[in-house]
Design a protein around this ligand. Sequence first.
Ligand code: PLP
Length: 278
Amino acid sequence: MMKYILNDQVIDQDKATIHVSDLALLRAYGVFDFFRLVDLQPLFFNDHIERFFNSADILRLKCPVGRKKLKALILEVISANQIQNSGIRIVLTGGESPNGYSIGKPTLIVINEPINPLPESHFTEGIKLISHEYLRDIPEVKTINYLVGIYKMPEIREKGALDLLFHWNGKISELTRSNFFIIDQNDKIVTAGDGILKGINRKHVLEISRQKFEVEERDLFIEELAGAKEAFITGTTKKVMPVYQIDDLVIGDGKPGKITKDLQKMFAEHIETYLKEN
Ligand SMILES: Cc1ncc(COP(=O)(O)O)c(C=O)c1O
């Protein structure tokens, strides 16, 4: 049986339970983080642990273990399970609530789950998105609330798209589970600077982008899409993924652009280097 973590212990998978009065269940109050393993090695481990604790702090949730202990428990689980092509999901719930509304004592659950690879064509040909007017709650926090994204799945599928592109008051923020970038007419890489979850892959892609291209983190307006030469997304399973269409608008010539392809290659190399050095 697979091993998970419950609070401060490694346990059998079927022992990972929460109370029926937990705020995560009753009110969707909780945070999480997710990263993938490459040959059982956590990718961008410290970044994800830091973001997890930051999300927890902002929602006033106290994790039952500190950073060091959490990392040690996760490594123990990875080593016990030996699941290639998997990810680690760290979840911290709002806790058992006496009145269904006030924060209780949070429960920590860590799951080691297999990752089904995305079709190769998504990386080589790109994906389509549907725009949707929506502002995520407390966007800088990786909350467990994915209500709109899941609710809209049938429509997304029906339109042959992969995901929603959120915008609010004319400003583009992000996707349900990825960050969004365009390449403008001057070959500048542009992405939203705030009102988003700061993706760990976004951070690393921006870092490598700055070595070769001009980068702007600023408000990105929906009208700018029409003039974009290229568009792409970043995320833990998406890596760098080209976008060829948003609603009826074809981006550039409808094929992954030169800079996006360059970044895909640079990011793969960056990951190789990270894995060697960590
Ligand atoms: C709302 C949101 N934005 C962006 C991302 C991308 O973040 P990361 O690069 O850390 O996977 C995620 C990841 O799930 C997300 O949920």
